[in-house]
Design a binder for this molecule. Sequence first.
Ligand code: TUI
Length: 317
Amino acid sequence: MIETRITKLLGIKYPIFQGGMAWVSSANLVAAVSNAGGLGVFGSGSLDPELVRQEIHKIKSLTDKPFGVNIMLMMPTAPGVVEVCLQEKVPVVTTGAGNPGPLVKRFKDEGIKVIPVVSSVALAKRLERSGVDALIAEGHESGGHVGEITTMVLIPQIVDAVSIPVIAAGGIADGRGVAAAFALGAEAVQMGTRFILAKECHAHPNYKESVLKAKDRDTVTTGVTLGHPVRVIRNRLTKEYLEKEYKGASAEELEELGRGRLKMSVVDGNIEEGSVMAGQISGMLNREETAAEIIQSVEADYYKVFERLEKFRPKKS
Ligand code: TUI
């Protein structure tokens, strides 16, 4: 049992969030993680709001534990998804790729916990003032849309800048990562990439295989010159994209090239022409397990860290 302000705030057993991943974290996975004592988070991505409502109903039928819905603020569907989350009174909303400030009061009025993802100290401070419950600080190691600062550097700076609890994300996939995040001041972690390999995750087997095979240097960031870097596993698409990007292709041309590519890999299994979003920690992952096994193994590894650290405890002189 690991108790922090986050486990108490949300009424969950383990301070472990499953990152809300568009197309990847659907109802089955979300419910499995929440039933195992973590916080499952549905990735609404670019889904039609009514389809998001159906998935929320499915999650509610599969678990009576708290769960979250991630809203991708830059999607045109985001305002509709916000209304659905309010109507369905989902327990937790996480947000990504934008500033949810103006929405915070509406969620809070419905008793919904609001936990935005941030990748900078400035936004963290601004959102604390707007009344959010906690912050997910996500480092450059993450998969998908990423900020510039690495987790190791971001977490302590955000922890020092705010007094609400911080959840660390980016490059964390086992108990050592959890202990490291806690050492930096975080009170929970969010893992995305490791949960792609959960048995309950319905991502295409090719997508999972690509994560399993990836080594430490197999992810790249595309879109850096456009100001919105996206971390993906290197493939035929990234080769073409990066060549065009660094030859000075226009933002419109690159956006066109990237359109629909996530669904292509996650749903259709086209991992050469699709966008295989995954974190740098992919290189460490080598097996598929159930969500419950993942959480148990993270917990067991977390305890082992204390045995290791015991050896390095400073001696009194
Ligand atoms: O959102 C993510 N990760 C994502 S979203 C995504 S879907 C996608 N599909 C196709 C192309 C591109 C993306 C895949 N991965 N993480 C949360 C996150 N949010 N990381 C960083 C941020 C962030 C960035 C800027 C949050 C706020 C922000 O604020 C800007 C502002 O308004 O100050």
